[in-house]
Design a protein around this ligand. Structure first.
Ligand code: AMP
Length: 395
């Protein structure tokens, strides 16, 4: 992988696809600057090697160039986070932008307007990509969050920089860390797959079975497996059309020598509410009218035991409805077990929107080895797919 560290940017202009798709509040202020901080090493590295940076990103899903989706709202926060004045131009192609780029001096940053103000961005339009490409000497992709999209700025544009394209440091480190699990993981390798539905994780599970030793299945999706084996799950979340899939996964795991760990007990509730009446029940004997919303104490101990013996750990998806305090303990205990194993030398990687939200909520994000910044992109890598944004930099 060629990265920005392999290029001398002296007096050169770098067009960097960043992921500045950050959340804004009703006053249009940035409420979480994680993605801006994640792009900082790449930007600073280019500025320090004597170049200038032209930043391009999307923000939200504009339909008609609505003001709320303008990247001008993030200029102050980006300036503060990067420690360098971020200049802004209210378009991303055309004469006005080319003028602003021509005036850009080494050490300076220019942020372009939302790429998705043009439908051509998502369409992967080649002309639009060519117009963007005119702005700079080098193309750098550092937007892991959109690397699974074949959009104009994330993939198509790379063809206009056959020699002068490279990975940003964030994108490179995402790929390296995922490969530390998928390609060169030290055994025993344990994957924890949780979340609401098995249907959204089937391809991930099928792909990783070849690479892991243990599979912990938690969260709502576990009840489809429990029911498929004849358990009584009350009103827990179940996908009845995936019962056979669950059985097939278990059979395939056995064939591949992967040990599957399902919850044995659950925190049950009489409604989907933080104030519900709760109890503990074996997962396969949940009374009618009750639902499993978190892993029970016996399960937490069993999962922690597997994790403590793992050298490589991949975590995607919470094992309970962690957003509600009454059902957060399973996810907290799992996070703590992973933190302990990491302290003892295991490599732990977690990703997927909800797991990241969970570890942040419980302040465990600094206690795992790596937190991936891309939900959909990470899932597609786990599914074994080639991401267009990465592929375009390699060929
Ligand atoms: P996903 O986006 O598929 O990773 O699912 C994450 C969501 O799964 C979170 O919002 C959790 O609240 C939810 N979840 C976890 N466990 C359960 C459960 N037992 N029943 C219903 N939802 C759950």
């Amino acid at each position: 992988m060629k990265t920005v560290n392999d290029i001398n940017f002296e007096n050169k202009k770098a067009l960097i696809r960043v992921d500045f798709n950050v959340p804004l509040n009703e006053n249009l202020e940035v409420t979480d600057d994680t993605r801006i901080r994640a792009a900082k090493p790449t930007i600073i590295s280019i500025l320090e090697s004597g170049g200038s940076c032209i930043l391009m990103s999307h923000l939200g899903r504009p339909k008609n160039r609505e003001n709320e989706f303008s990247l001008r709202h993030i200029v102050d926060k980006a300036t503060q986070v990067l420690g360098v004045q971020v200049n802004f131009v209210d378009d991303c192609i055309g004469e006005k932008v080319e003028d602003a780029v021509n005036n850009l001096e080494p050490g300076e940053i220019l942020l372009l307007e939302n790429l998705r103000y043009y439908d051509e961005e998502k369409q992967g339009n080649r002309d639009f990509a060519e117009k963007l490409s005119r702005l700079a000497d080098y193309y750098v992709n550092d937007a892991f969050g959109t690397a699974h999209r074949a959009h104009a700025s994330t993939a198509v544009i790379a063809e206009f920089f056959p020699e002068n394209k490279c990975f940003g440091l964030l994108l490179a480190s995402e790929v390296e860390n995922l490969n530390r699990v998928l390609a060169n993981g030290e055994p025993p390798i344990t994957a924890i797959i949780g979340g609401a539905k098995v249907s959204s994780k089937i391809t991930v599970i099928e792909n990783i079975l070849d690479k892991i030793d243990h599979l912990i299945i938690g969260g709502g999706m576990a009840f489809t497996f429990v029911k498929a084996q004849g358990g009584h799950v009350g009103s827990s979340l179940v996908e009845d059309d995936k019962l056979q899939v669950a059985l097939d996964i278990m059979k395939e795991a056995e064939r591949k020598n992967v040990k599957i760990h399902l919850p044995s007990d659950a925190v049950i509730a009489d409604s989907f509410s933080n104030q519900a009446n709760t109890g503990i029940s074996p997962v396969g004997q949940i009374p009618d009218g009750w639902m499993g919303l978190d892993a029970g104490p016996e399960t937490n101990a069993a999962f922690a035991e597997v994790i403590s013996q793992s050298r490589t750990i991949l975590w995607n998806g919470p094992v309970g409805v962690f957003e509600m305090d009454s059902f957060a303990q399973g996810t907290v205990k799992l996070g703590l077990a992973i933190a302990d194993a990491t302290e003892d030398g295991a490599f732990s990687l977690l990703g997927g929107g909800d797991s990241v939200a969970a570890v942040k909520k419980f302040q465990l994000d600094n206690k795992v080895s790596y937190v991936s910044t891309g939900g959909g992109a990470m899932l597609e890598m786990l599914e074994g797919k080639v991401l267009p944004g990465i592929d375009a930099l390699l060929d």
